[in-house]
Design a protein around this ligand. Structure first.
Ligand SMILES: Cc1ncc(C[n+]2csc(CCOP(=O)(O)OP(=O)(O)O)c2C)c(N)n1
Ligand code: SF4
Length: 282
């Protein structure tokens, strides 16, 4: 007798019983909803999903999800996600966190995760500020953003995550806005399905320490172009970007780093733990 068919998944199937402690109006609520919708669209069951984060308000997301999760240390979500994917390639692995977590302390890991091109999805909830530690400028903060902690602004050029991702070898690069949860869910679902390292920058306002970010709603606009598989074209587009274009910029065809799992990569067989251990015997 065959097993009864599992009912279609819903976004709510990916929600845990914990009530988020984010401030009312924080963009991250919508990102949480988009994660659930994306995974339900893909049809991957909660027990085959792992969401891994660092530290920050946005990095609380694994606790609010019903799937496997790991709330790690600051800036190290990609190191953990890489380890999980290599050990359990059949799982859907998503790393998530903030712009401080991913581009300051975790910046080096971001570059090399793009370069390695392991089949992971990395979602950064970019609010252009350190929310959890009460409003310090982050790598993506505008140079003239004035605040009590950076009077007159930092004067520093912001880090441009999509350009860096593209230049470092990411295989899928996109930007969305948290205020468009349906669009964000569609893009996250595509990012998860795309082989290799996928990077999604979600503009997600911190309404408490950047009340000006409420205006992003009027600033975001769908990119007036189709995604490209040509990195040079993607780079030219992004260099003239105003930071508020949304959509999929780039879908590449680089072969993902073999992790021993299925998928498009025709991977090598994984080493047995005993073989790995033997390599480390002194
Ligand atoms: C090693 C280490 N350094 C610094 C901190 C303090 N810290 C916690 S969260 C954070 C930044 C959070 O900003 P972001 O990643 O942008 O996330 P948000 O809170 O804005 O979602 C910092 C600096 C820490 N927890 N660990
Ligand atoms: S401090 Fe900012 S990022 Fe953190 S929960 Fe509040 S609104 Fe969201």
């Amino acid at each position: 007798m065959s097993a009864p068919a599992r009912p279609a998944l819903k976004a709510g199937d990916f929600k845990s019983d914990l009530k988020p402690v984010w401030c009312p109006g924080c963009g991250d609520y919508h990102v949480l909803l988009s994660f659930g919708r994306a995974l339900a669209q893909i049809g991957v069951p909660p027990e085959e999903v792992v969401v891994i984060s660092g530290i920050g308000c946005s990095s609380r997301i694994p606790a609010y999800m019903n799937c496997y999760g790991f709330h790690g240390v600051h800036g190290r979500s990609l190191a953990l996600a890489t380890g999980v994917k290599v050990a359990r390639p059949e799982l859907t692995v998503i790393a998530a966190g903030g712009d401080g977590d991913g581009f300051s302390i975790g910046g080096n890991h971001f570059l090399h995760a793009c370069r390695r091109n392991i089949d992971l999805t990395y979602v950064v909830m970019d609010n252009r500020v350190y929310g959890m530690t009460k409003g310090q400028p982050s790598p993506t903060t505008e140079p003239d953003w004035d605040s009590a902690l950076s009077p007159g602004g930092t004067g520093l050029s912001p880090f441009h995550p999509m350009v860096i991702a593209l230049a470092s070898g990411a295989n899928f690069v996109a930007r969305t806005f948290s205020g468009d949860p349906a669009g964000t869910a569609r893009v996250i679902a595509e990012a998860v399905r795309h082989p290799g390292f996928s990077f999604v920058q979600v503009l997600s306002p911190c309404v408490t320490f950047r009340p000006d970010a409420r205006d992003w709603k009027g600033a975001v606009h769908a990119a007036p172009v189709e995604p490209t598989d040509d990195p040079a074209r993607a780079a030219r587009r992004i260099m003239t970007d105003d930071g508020f274009n949304t959509g999929i910029l780039y879908r590449g065809a680089r072969r993902p780093y073999p992790t021993g799992g299925g998928g498009a990569a025709a991977p090598a067989a994984p080493a047995a733990p005993a073989e790995l251990a033997a390599e480390f015997v002194l």
